[in-house]
Write a new protein. Structure first.
Ligand SMILES: [Cu+2]
Length: 101
């Protein structure tokens, strides 16, 4: 009988441990929008290059680039991707990020 109580205690302990891990909260999306000042875009091809590069990054929601205004608007989940990574990706394409609007 004592063994049975011990066994029951172990089972209960196991169940409570499982529920503890299952109810772990997943972080909610923290949608952030930034408009970068980007130098070096001269045509719609440049806009497409920047747009497709950023859109391919996980966590990026939407992108709008304009070579006329020298701006790149990005909407993203700040819990998935960092602002600095977006800047790095733009600069890796050969354009210069000159701050934000
Ligand atoms: Cu171009």
């Amino acid at each position: 009988m004592k063994n049975l109580i011990l066994l029951a205690a172990f089972i209960l302990f196991g169940i409570s441990c499982n529920t503890a891990t299952e109810t772990k909260e997943t972080p909610e999306a923290k949608i952030t929008t930034i408009t970068y000042k980007v130098e070096g875009m001269t045509c719609s091809g440049c806009e497409n290059s920047v747009t497709s590069t950023l859109a391919a990054i996980s966590g990026v929601d939407s992108v709008a680039a304009s070579h006329v205004d020298s701006t790149v608007y990005v909407s993203f989940d700040a819990n998935s991707v960092a602002d600095a990574d977006l800047i790095k990706a733009i600069e890796a394409k050969g354009y210069a990020v000159n701050g934000k609007l």
